[in-house]
Design a protein around this ligand. Structure first.
Ligand code: NI
Length: 477
């Protein structure tokens, strides 16, 4: 078709197109609206010209959304036994059917992966999420699945919903137009027309989003239309109205509503006036919480605050974006914030530039949420070596593992924490488990009884060397 804009970028360093900053959608538009149209929506878009397609290769984890997530809880689950995986998914208040659809997709990935990778020695699945649309009562959640197994694979699925219903990405396309769209996508990607168009629609139309200018982006997973070795592509379609179902038009209109997000006031840190503990003279120990913030972080913070205890939270980027208020509360209580990477991958399996990107993106999210910089990085699974990139921050590990992720038992977690407690020690816990939150009052009481002052890692370790890894105050490698 004349006017087609076919750009195919084959370079391995090319990243998926990032959506413009104007894509930021207001939080309150989501929380204030129920289902159905509201007065804030853009008028129904009319095609402003011919339907045109452009193609771009997708490379890396960053799928490019600049949208701020809605007020929500991010659930994280980590399996430390092999095959390893970490999943994060949102749980949005009032969007029960969407939450269920999101959970089902994540579960389907982990189940398939666990089955496929049962015999693999080194494998690592991470599922992260981001907001693809949030306005007019409509919410779009993009789930990104990434494995660092031998043939790294990237898959993404975007699911939409309002308070009553959910739609798959394919639902945004008129049923009588899906075959046409598949044929056209195959042509743009220089792929053969699939023999089974219905099956191709099922695998290729899983991640459809809209940009503020009304263009539609179809992300075609590896192996969906092109051979697996060709990688994943995004195809941007200008003036896509002819393909859209009624639900597709609703989602498009919601995405074109570019209400800006209210900015958060700066954090005031109460600890700034509190004297810091001198751990060279006092018996100190550091409680650390990984993989959050999540559903139990508030309870953990309540307990810490009530007991005048400090701790350090090693947070994941998507959970920071999903729970900015929690991150701000952590900072305002004088706790340390540490960086636990973006996707919780095993860092020794990633390229150095990917590790740096994982750390930098997470640091930027922490800064955006709470206005503070992370004090250290904790590599997921404690996995690093001498050549692992560290983003200019020290690694902080632990010497007291409560195994809370495994035992999920408050009594056992408490016993392990107290039995291994040492002066200058670092205790590993996860604020994503109810049992850990339940164990905390007894752990704090037990440690205080043994004469410990509960401090942040920066109080425990003093000035840290960014080239070193700290397992305790005396075990520095
Ligand atoms: Ni972790």
């Amino acid at each position: 078709m004349p006017g087609d804009d076919l750009r195919r970028n084959e370079g391995p360093a090319v990243r998926l197109r990032r959506l413009g900053a104007s894509a930021v959608i207001g939080l309150f538009a989501l929380t204030a609206c129920g289902s159905g149209d509201s007065g804030v929506l853009a008028p129904t878009p009319k095609p402003s010209g011919p339907t045109t397609f452009s193609v771009k290769k997708i490379d890396g984890l960053d799928s490019g959304s600049e949208l701020k997530p809605p007020r929500t809880t991010s659930f994280a689950e980590t399996s430390w036994s092999k095959p390893r995986y970490t999943t994060q998914r949102p749980d949005v208040s009032g969007y029960d059917t969407l939450n269920a659809a999101v959970e089902k997709q994540v579960r389907s990935w982990t189940e398939t992966y666990t089955k496929d990778m049962a015999t693999a020695s080194q494998s690592d699945l991470t599922v992260t999420w981001e907001t693809a649309a949030a306005a007019g009562g409509i919410l779009g959640i993009r789930l990104i699945s990434h494995t660092t197994a031998a043939d790294a694979a990237l898959e993404s699925v975007t699911i939409y919903g309002d308070v009553e219903a959910t739609w798959t990405s394919a639902d945004l396309i008129r049923p009588d137009k899906r075959n046409d769209l598949i044929k056209r996508l195959a042509k743009e990607l220089k792929a053969d027309t699939p023999p089974d168009l219905a099956e191709a629609a099922r695998t290729a139309l899983t991640d459809i989003t809209f940009q503020p200018d009304g263009s539609m982006v179809v992300r075609v997973d590896q192996g969906a239309l092109l051979p697996y070795s060709e990688g994943a592509y995004s195809v941007t379609i200008q003036n896509p109205q002819q393909y859209l179902s009624d639900d597709g038009v609703r989602v498009m209109r919601a995405t074109m509503d570019t209400t800006t997000q209210p900015t958060l006031p700066p954090v005031t840190t109460s600890a700034a006036v509190a004297p810091h503990v001198d751990c060279t003279k006092t018996k100190c120990i550091a409680l650390t919480f990984d993989d959050g913030p999540g559903p139990y972080t508030s309870t953990v913070l309540d307990t810490l605050e009530k007991n005048n205890a400090k701790a350090t939270f090693f947070v994941l980027g998507p959970s920071v974006q999903g729970n900015p208020e929690l991150v701000r509360r952590i900072a305002s209580l004088g706790m340390d914030i540490g960086n636990h990477t973006w996707s919780h991958s095993q860092l020794t399996l990633l390229a150095p530039e990917t590790v740096t990107d994982e750390i930098n993106r997470t640091s930027a999210a922490i800064k955006a949420a709470a206005g503070v910089d992370p004090v250290a990085v904790r590599p997921p699974y404690g996995d690093f070596n001498a050549s692992t990139a560290h983003g200019g921050l020290p690694f902080v590990l632990w010497n007291d593992d409560t195994l809370d992720w495994k035992n999920r038992d408050a009594k056992q977690t408490t016993k392990l924490a107290l039995d291994q407690a040492k002066d200058g020690g670092i205790i590993l816990m996860h604020d994503i488990h109810a049992s850990t939150a339940a164990a905390l009052p007894d752990i704090i009481a037990g440690l205080k009884q043994r004469g410990y002052t509960l401090v942040t890692v920066s109080d425990l370790l003093g000035k840290m060397d960014p080239k070193k890894a700290y397992f305790s105050r005396t075990d520095v490698r």
